[in-house]
Design a protein around this ligand. Structure first.
Ligand SMILES: Nc1nc2c(ncn2[C@@H]2O[C@H](COP(=O)(O)OP(=O)(O)OP(=O)(O)O)[C@@H](O)[C@H]2O)c(=O)[nH]1
Ligand SMILES: [Mg+2]
Length: 456
């Protein structure tokens, strides 16, 4: 990507809309806009004040044809999205005017932008760091308010600031140790080594906390899955229907009604949840049923959360206990359904450590508590408060940094030569630098920005 060239792109979705925007960025942005824009007052983008809006027409300079009536946003460097001169041409949102305006900008010397190139320039020109650029893509893709709030938090630089402060602490330790490399005759005394180790361990434990927040962060970004399982007729399909508030799955009084996995989407406290109703698990009577049971077991293995449904109106059966046994060491909730009927189930036979919720899929009783339990089972019990890592690339960099620092700490504790400790600490610093993009490779950049849409 040549950063000297002026780039252009349609920045709004293609299709019919009220307005659509062609965006230009680069040294020639104002010049190109001037050549195709006619204002009734004769004021062009070059004379306009920065951050002002001009009214006028886009005219083909070759034949004087009027292409569209537009508003032109003129933003002059450096206070712009890319830190370059930016012009946004607000056209009518049809395909034809947008395409024609885009073509004119190209004919006048702009190049079609690569995916994410505007944001790439913002990064290269130092307006945002890499984690903020990634947050921009997350924000655009966010499917729930919660994931959008997380992306906004990262966009504001909260992760960058945290990583920067950890790097600073590390640089302090590193400088101390590297000083000893220059004076090989001096050993690091025990007290100093202890103190440095303490500082190092603080950084490591903070990195570990960030890394473990990823699991939860991933849930918000990518969504989570929950499987409703249990033996036939306990009310799994009724529960799915009650949760999604419509008759999605077939419910009958006959055991073995559901044969296949049925998926639906739910929003629980901003958490996008894919919920699956499955076939009742029991000794199968025929091929279709045994295939159904196989899929139910597969759904258990693949789900982030299992809702094990029991019928509270009958005593516990062999199959119930087998299912409980299978899921008790997983993230799971025991759902005691049919609470509107007399309770005959022996609750004291259930493992005490498992969360239990009584509901009636029929009357709706207890559904609110069940949703709350689902939310807290998936949020790790409120750990969502602090800063969260939501990006796999960041988590991996954090993990690698923590590993290198742990090795460095080990070397220091064992009294190995300072070079070895310093080498590991530098490795840790570099890994952390990858998050903000202070240390980066073309491959990383390519991978990140190719995921953007054109025009961003
Ligand atoms: N009284 C009462 N009946 C319920 C409740 N939930 C479900 N049922 C009834 O139990 C029967 C079985 O319900 P389903 O939802 O089809 O059960 P399932 O677990 O999906 O059954 P399979 O698909 O066969 O495994 C139906 O007759 C439902 O009306 C409840 O909370 N209270
Ligand atoms: Mg069913």
């Amino acid at each position: 990507m040549n950063l000297e060239e002026t780039i252009t792109a349609i920045s709004t979705p293609l299709g019919e809309s009220g307005i659509g925007i062609v965006r230009l960025s680069g040294k020639e942005a104002l010049g190109i806009a001037s050549r195709i824009f006619r204002s009734p007052r004769g004021k062009g983008p070059e004379e306009a004040c920065s951050h002002s809006i001009l009214y006028g027409r886009i005219v083909d300079p070759a034949d004087g044809d009027v292409v569209d009536e537009v508003l032109l946003s003129v933003m002059k460097a450096p206070n712009t999205y890319t830190r370059e001169d930016v012009v946004e041409i607000n056209c009518h949102g049809g395909m034809i005017p947008l395409r024609r305006v885009l073509e004119l900008t190209i004919r006048e010397g702009a190049r079609l932008a690569e995916p994410g190139e505007f944001t790439f320039r913002a990064f290269m020109n130092g307006r945002i760091d890499l984690s903020q650029a990634e947050a921009t893509a997350d924000l655009i893709r966010a499917k729930t308010e919660r994931s959008s709030a997380l992306a906004l938090q990262q966009l504001s630089g909260s992760l960058s600031r945290k990583i920067a402060s950890l790097r600073e602490a590390l640089i302090g330790v590193c400088a101390h140790i590297e000083a000893y490399i220059d004076f090989p005759e001096e050993d690091i005394d025990v007290q100093t080594a202890d103190e440095l180790l303490q500082r190092l361990n603080m950084v490591i434990s903070e990195l570990k906390r960030l890394s473990s927040s990823y699991d939860e962060g991933r849930f918000f970004r990518e969504g989570v899955s929950a499987a409703i399982v249990g033996r036939p007729n306990v009310g799994k399909s009724s529960l799915l229907n009650a949760l999604v508030e419509r008759e999605r799955a077939i419910v009958t009084e006959l055991p073995g009604t559901t044969r296949d996995v049925i998926e639906e989407y739910l929003n629980i406290d901003g958490l996008p949840l894919r919920i699956m109703d499955t076939a009742g698990i029991r000794e199968a009577h025929n091929l279709a049923e045994s295939e159904g049971v196989r899929r139910s077991l597969q759904a258990i293995d693949g789900a982030d959360l299992v809702l094990a449904v029991l019928d509270i109106s009958v005593p516990l059966g062999e199959e119930d206990l087998e299912i409980i046994e299978r899921v008790k060491n997983r993230r799971s909730i025991v759902v005691l359904n049919k609470s509107d009927l007399p309770h005959l189930l022996e609750e004291d036979l259930l493992p005490g450590e498992m969360t239990r919720v009584r509901i009636s899929a029929k009357t709706g009783e207890g559904l609110g508590s069940l949703k709350r339990e689902i939310g807290s089972a998936l949020s790790g019990g409120g750990a969502s408060e602090g800063l969260m890592v939501t990006n796999l690339r960041h988590k991996l960099a954090i993990d690698r940094a923590a590993e290198a620092l742990a090795r460095g700490g080990e070397a220091l504790r064992e009294g190995m030569p300072s070079e070895i400790t310093a080498l590991e600490l530098r490795e840790g610093l570099n890994r952390l630098g990858e998050i903000s993009g202070e240390v980066t490779t073309e491959e990383i950049l390519e991978r990140i920005f190719s995921q953007f849409c054109i025009g961003k």
